[in-house]
Design a protein around this ligand. Structure first.
Ligand code: MN
Length: 403
């Protein structure tokens, strides 16, 4: 999918707020969402500046996702032309201020899968539990993942209730009670576009035809519950109580100027097996940030910032691997990347890493400290892509407050 007129950095919109340099949603972005205006029924929309334009061509975002990459590109071109400042007949009657809109989870998510694709995250977490052997031998061969829970995926702004679960400490038997080690995980999500038939894997050379767009994902995690339950089958109730997604899906067409070389593996690392290798496979140069606002804080503070092109596996490799046994992926399915962490201390995408399992608490400007999340804490994920010669685009925000 080459660069085209929709990426032209000179384009301006008749929606004035889309022309401000700090907006996440200039006319070069055009991310899709599912919204309701006041008490209306759910509609497909596209974000432009601080407004949403109704997209009447599709009954649901799943329908647009299922239509495939070419249809999505066509819709993007049509919307770009309709929103340009030189459009003589701007569709003002289809435009709504974001402040008057309520957002839903962008698509109906049939299945949700979470991966573990940051080698920095995997090494940090592994070294807390296995100092001598932090990275298991399968890591550099298999994009590790687990089947998550789709029913508890919620949209940004939905309060997150602290879960209870079995917690075991020291030599005592486990007790059932509220998690005391509630954490967030900053991740990137990818919505599946066109699906594949059961029994027909997706070749890596074709995988981007099956990828629609990206969003922010907070994979909330109860670490105390996780530690006791995760062996031998992996995460279960420590993760399935809530997963928050941002309302806006930035398409791969919008991301075209920000594609990057895949992660450079260290000398001595195995090459990906042939079914996971393509000369055309690319990463995405998106930067993700985590911000925290406790109930006492007037403004949030930034806890970390990491780049998605540092992930060991690309989204294309994750989706190819997922379907490699013939598993059928369906339009609207969500795959998440796993915690996005980089090599630096300020690039750690969860509190488990940032506070090193609670042994190095964070000092907040209010005098409070944090090992894990407290009630009233709001976690805000943000993401953006920028490159010289192109308009910066953003992913919006993914917010959740613990109650
Ligand atoms: Mn996760």
């Amino acid at each position: 999918m080459p660069l085209d007129e929709t990426h032209d950095p000179r384009l301006q919109s008749w929606v004035e707020s889309a022309n401000r340099p700090d907006t996440d949603f200039p006319i070069q972005n055009l991310p899709f969402c599912t919204f309701r205006h006041k008490s209306g029924s759910p509609r497909v929309g596209v974000a432009i500046g601080d407004c949403i334009l109704d997209v009447p061509d599709y009954p649901s975002l799943n329908a647009l996702m299922a239509a495939g990459r070419a249809a999505a590109a066509e819709e993007r071109l049509r919307l770009s032309r309709a929103l340009r400042s030189d459009n003589k007949y701007p569709p003002r009657d289809l435009l709504y201020p974001i402040s008057e809109c309520v957002f839903e989870v962008p698509a109906h998510i049939g299945d949700y899968t979470d991966f573990y694709a940051s080698i920095f995250h995997a090494t940090n977490v592994g070294s807390m539990f296995r100092p001598d052997n932090p990275l298991l031998p399968n890591y550099k061969y298999v994009p590790i993942g687990y089947h998550g829970r789709a029913s508890s995926v919620v949209v940004s702004g939905t309060p997150v209730r602290r879960p209870s679960g079995q917690i075991q400490t020291g030599d005592a038997p486990p007790v059932f009670g509220p998690s005391r080690q509630l954490d967030y995980e900053c991740e990137l999500g990818c919505f599946v576009g066109r699906g594949n038939e059961l029994g027909r894997p997706i070749p890596i050379a074709e995988v981007e035809d099956h990828m629609f767009g990206i969003c922010l994902v907070n994979d909330w995690s109860a670490r105390d519950v996780q530690r006791w339950e995760y062996q031998p089958l992996g995460p279960f109730l420590a993760k399935s109580f809530a997963t928050t997604v941002s309302p806006f899906v930035v398409t791969f067409d919008a991301l075209e100027p920000f594609r990057a070389a895949p992660f450079q593996r260290a000398d001595g690392d195995p090459a990906p097996l042939p079914y996971l290798h393509s000369a055309n496979d690319r990463g995405i140069a998106v930067t993700l940030e985590v911000w925290l606002k406790s109930a006492k804080m007037a403004e949030p503070i930034r806890l970390s910032r990491a780049r998605f092109d540092q992930m060991y596996w690309t989204l294309g490799q994750m989706l190819t691997h997922h379907a490699s046994n013939g598993c059928n992926m369906r339009s609207g399915d969500l795959i998440a990347s796993g915690t996005v962490s980089g090599p630096g201390k300020d690039e750690r995408g969860c509190l488990l890493e940032l506070t090193w399992r609670g042994t190095e608490p964070l000092a907040l400007p209010t005098g409070e400290s944090r090992k894990f999340l407290e009630d009233g804490d709001e976690v805000i994920l943000r993401g953006f892509a920028e490159r010289e010669g192109f308009r910066r685009i953003g992913l919006g925000e993914c917010r959740g407050t613990i109650c």
